[in-house]
Ligand binder design. Structure first.
Ligand SMILES: Cc1ncc(COP(=O)(O)O)c(C=O)c1O
Length: 396
């Protein structure tokens, strides 16, 4: 069968591949502990579910405006003012089927053949693939554990060329958990001010899952605000991954361009989800705060458990729900049967021997590391890390 060459341009998400392998093993009766998944293990808060039930009863069952219902776009503006002290109008907002679609719309709206997109490592697996889909070129800026996986203004400036079109990053970051401070963002903003033709895609989906205090958005610096596209959504902060609601806040021209792209792919996102999202964004945030407290408890425990294992270490994640240790100590070693050459071998070894799923760092741009989620119960985390410790102890 002759399928299109488009399919060869990009890879399947590694995170979903690992989840699939885990599910297949589980179907064979193996007790797999999933430390690969990027979603809260909590249920959606009751008051949001109620809003969705009411929306169904009230017959919100028709096509929706492409950029979202007016009240949803208003609610997103209210949230941006309340949480981030940012002024946006509904015309700046486009709601989509998950932040993933918001990222895809924006990439397709901004990037032309050969345009360079700067992405600091480590980055979320989908970023590089969206660049390839848009026929852009990925330019990585290598960060390291020593710099808490954050880049400096000098590194940014050194990566910029006349072809640079977009800078794309997440804070809090998946997978490293690093969170940029206001001062650090200010330093990057000072560089962007010199290059008004560069757009900044700021993925803030983990905004609420922050263990160090207040979330800072790079859009707060007025002199570059027009260059910034905030990407956010309800998946992580409100435990609503399956509901599929993401959004952008951007200058009107970019918002209109994203609306045009979305108008031909999916149209407006799910009507029921949008009505529930209005309630989520404008009412009681306590459930989200409680979830973050629980993530903080698990994070503290996981950091203790990581320390018990020789040869691996990671910076403390300041946000999101992953640890991203350097595991390269085990490369070139073996348990007598299985040779571990790289992160992929290590993840497969952990899956087959410890029955724990994780995600190799290669697809995050950091081949020395592996990502382990702590969006799982404390019991599963304890058991999962116990198994990891036992399995890694056999590798000499
Ligand atoms: C950094 C980052 N951005 C965006 C997304 C996508 O979120 P959504 O479920 O809203 O599509 C994820 C999901 O894992 C993510 O980790």
């Amino acid at each position: 069968m002759q399928l299109s060459s488009f399919l060869d341009r990009f890879n399947e998400p590694e995170t979903l591949k690992m989840a699939k392998l885990g599910r297949e093993l589980r179907a064979k009766g193996v007790d797999v502990i999933d430390l690969s998944l990027g979603e809260p293990d909590f249920d959606t808060p009751e008051h949001i579910k109620e809003a969705a039930i009411n929306a169904i009863k009230d017959n919100w069952s028709h096509y929706t405006p492409v950029p979202g219902f007016p009240d949803l776009r208003e609610a997103i503006c209210t949230k941006l003012k309340r949480d981030n002290n940012l002024d946006y109008k509904p015309e700046n907002i486009v709601a989509s089927t998950g932040a993933k679609q918001s990222l895809a719309n924006t990439m397709l709206a901004l990037v032309d053949d050969g345009d360079e997109v700067i992405i600091p490592t480590p980055y979320w697996v989908t970023y590089s693939e969206l660049v390839k889909i848009a026929r852009g070129k990925v330019v990585e800026i290598k960060s390291s554990a020593e710099q808490k996986f954050k880049i400096t203004p000098a590194q940014l400036e050194a990566a910029i060329t006349p072809k640079t079109k977009v800078f794309l990053f997440s804070s809090p970051c998946n997978p490293s958990g690093s969170v940029y401070t206001k001062e650090e963002l200010e330093g990057l903003a000072a560089v962007f001010k010199k290059y008004p033709g560069i757009f900044i895609m700021a993925d803030e989906i983990y905004e609420y899952i922050n263990f160090v205090g207040k979330h800072e958005s790079i859009a707060q610096f007025d002199e570059i605000k027009d260059q910034v596209i905030i990407i956010n959504g309800l998946s992580k902060g409100f435990a609503m991954t399956g509901w599929r609601l993401g959004y952008i806040a951007a200058n009107v021209d970019i918002a209109k361009a994203c609306e045009k792209v979305q108008g031909q792919f999916t149209s407006g996102t799910n009507s029921i989800t949008q009505k529930a999202a209005v309630v989520a964004l404008t009412t009681d945030l306590r459930p989200s705060i409680e979830m973050t407290k629980e993530f903080a408890r698990r994070r503290a425990r996981v950091l203790e458990l990581v320390k018990e294992i020789p040869g691996i270490s990671c910076p403390e994640p300041d946000g999101a729900f992953y640890v991203f240790p350097d595991v390269s100590y085990y490369y070139g070693k073996s348990d007598g049967e299985t040779q571990i050459a790289n992160a992929s071998d290590l993840c497969m070894y952990l899956l087959n021997v410890a029955n724990v799923s994780s995600v190799m760092g290669d697809d995050f741009g950091e081949p020395k590391c592996v990502s382990f989620s702590f969006a799982n119960s404390m019991e599963k985390i304890e058991e999962g890390w116990k198994r990891i410790k036992t399995a890694l102890a056999k590798i000499k």
